[in-house]
Design a binder for this molecule. Structure first.
Ligand code: AMP
Length: 243
């Protein structure tokens, strides 16, 4: 009857208004994944799930898991898939995050991508968009050695390219820290890990038609605008399918 149809339509429109979507952001270390994810989070009210942040938090809190993974993270290799999959299952199974996630730095290899697919299916979700950021190794090294992260709020800055404004109340000198894996030696290893294990994901997601490539060397705001363009495009598509 007509009101069932109208109610369905209304519900679908509410879904769109609430920006229900899951996004993956892929790129080498220093590509700007974290910076761009933060922008998407505030524009579209999503949750950023950074496996790197989750792991660093365990290390900072000196948990059993933190002690186990500290050396691996500082060497630039990948933590085992089992550990990562457990962390991710907790998030994907939580209703609060349902269809509102931007995955930053995850999946990192084909096995993790397959596992994510299985988990999302189990919890009636899917990936709507995969964004790949491309940056040359030279620029990566410059960006990584200048990166500063606020230990209080997590804001990311760069002493050369994006210095913290002087009027901030939170991100002051005492709180601005360098990551222990942000040194030239580890960054080269992290880049190698990306080339060997993570890059094959691009082919994987390109085949499923979800992949959008974006040059990651432009200004932060220019890249953010391009990403927003892709998100608006997929939202337009969802709108057409649903209405
Ligand atoms: P990130 O903050 O994304 O640069 O990650 C920092 C480090 O955490 C990486 O170099 C890895 O050692 C580890 N890590 C982060 N995400 C993953 C993941 N999805 N799988 C395995 N290891 C990860």
């Amino acid at each position: 009857v007509w009101w069932v149809h109208n109610t369905n339509l209304w519900l679908k429109k509410q879904n769109l208004a609430n920006n229900y979507m899951n996004i993956i952001i892929v790129g080498p270390p220093g590509a700007g994944k974290g910076t761009q994810s933060d922008k998407i989070v505030s524009k579209y009210q999503l949750f950023k799930i950074s496996t790197g942040d989750l792991l660093r938090n365990e290390i900072k809190k000196k948990t059993l898991l933190g002690k186990k993974i500290e050396k691996i993270v500082n060497s630039g290799s990948l933590v085992s898939d089992n550990i990562i999959n457990d962390l991710i299952e907790k998030i994907v199974s939580d209703k609060k995050y349902k269809n509102k996630i931007i995955f930053d730095g995850y999946p990192r290899n084909i096995q993790q991508a397959k596992n994510l697919n299985t988990l999302l299916k189990k919890h009636e979700q899917k990936i709507d968009l995969v964004i790949s950021l491309k940056v040359s190794l030279d620029l990566i090294v410059k960006r990584i050695t200048g990166r500063l992260v606020c230990s209080k709020c997590g804001n990311i800055f760069n002493e050369f390219f994006n210095p913290p404004p002087s009027n901030l109340t939170c991100c002051k000198d005492g709180f601005l820290k360098r990551r222990s894996d942000d040194n030239v030696k580890t960054v080269k290893k992290r880049h190698e890990t990306y080339e060997n294990l993570t890059k094959p994901l691009l082919d994987h997601y390109s085949k499923s038609g979800l992949l959008k490539n974006i040059g990651g060397e432009n200004k932060i705001e220019e890249i953010a605008a391009k990403i927003a363009g892709f998100i608006n495009l997929i939202q337009g598509w969802l709108w057409k399918i649903w209405s």
